[in-house]
Design a protein around this ligand. Structure first.
Ligand code: AP5
Length: 222
């Protein structure tokens, strides 16, 4: 299986869709946001730097991302392909990633972009809740994604928490960073003939089906 790379603005459904593909295709799901959130709990200068940047909505320094990513994609479970969610976020990262792939003798694979209007993203971001125990993701603002009880996980009864950066101020900054730094990557990957732009609106299942069409070779690249 080829690698799958998701590019999309905050709360567009990268994590949700990556988890579905992970189950179906048995590929590891690598979220640079999750790698950073794990590193942020460390009681160190690095942990404190990452915490501060995450809550502001800015991008973490490229060298930190490269170290975390390279370590992860060279692990044994990534040798048959992986799903990358949240990387690259700017052209410098994309160029560095090309170098990494060359070094590892791997192909880029599919680059899938989820397109979705800002007002829907704002609604998804403020409604997102995550189980502190099993990581299940819910949304209070979307009927089909709501938990049965507002603060309890349906699957494991764990407590549902809100991410520090899931507030409207941080969202606005993340969205602006996406438009300025990440969106130019669409041209970068379009020129390589690996870009698939998908409509990210609709139910989780509808978006999933559009992605499956790409992976089954039923969609044309942009
Ligand atoms: P990251 O964790 O990647 O955050 P993000 O890009 O802002 O994306 P999100 O995790 O918010 O959203 P998502 O698209 O995964 O949406 P989800 O599926 O959860 O990064 C966080 C921070 O880390 C960055 O701001 C930056 O500081 C740093 N960082 C990360 N990578 C970096 C990099 N490469 N370089 C530098 N810094 C980096 O869905 C959202 C909600 O919507 C959920 O509640 C879900 O249930 C719901 N939902 C999903 N799909 C649907 C649907 N179809 N209909 C209705 N509801 C839906």
């Amino acid at each position: 299986m080829k690698n799958i790379l998701f590019i999309a603005p905050p709360a567009a459904g990268k994590g949700t869709q990556s988890s579905l593909i992970e189950k179906e295709y048995h590929l590891p799901h690598i979220s640079t946001g999750d790698l950073l959130r794990n590193a942020s709990v460390e009681d160190s200068e690095l942990g404190s730097y990452i915490r501060e940047i995450l809550s502001s909505g800015a991008l973490v320094r490229d060298d930190i991302i490269y170290d975390l990513l390279k370590k992860r994609i060279t692990e044994a479970d990534c040798q048959q392909g992986y799903i990358l969610d949240g990387f690259p976020r700017n052209v410098e990262q994309a160029e560095k990633y090309d170098e990494m792939l060359q070094e590892l003798k791997q192909q880029l694979g599919y680059v899938i972009v989820l397109e979705i209007p800002e007002n829907i993203l704002a609604k998804r971001v403020t409604g997102r809740r995550i189980c502190e125990n099993c990581g299940a993701v819910y949304n209070l603002n979307t009927e089909t994604e709501q938990p049965q009880q507002e603060s309890t996980c349906d699957r494991c009864q764990g407590r549902l928490l809100q991410r520090n950066d899931d507030n409207i101020e941080s969202f606005r900054h993340r969205y602006q960073v996406y438009m300025e730094k990440t969106k130019p990557l669409l041209d970068y990957y379009r020129q390589k003939g690996v870009l698939y732009v998908i409509n990210g609106e609709g139910t989780v299942e509808e978006v999933h089906q559009r992605i499956l069409a790409v992976l089954k070779g039923e969609a044309k690249h942009d």
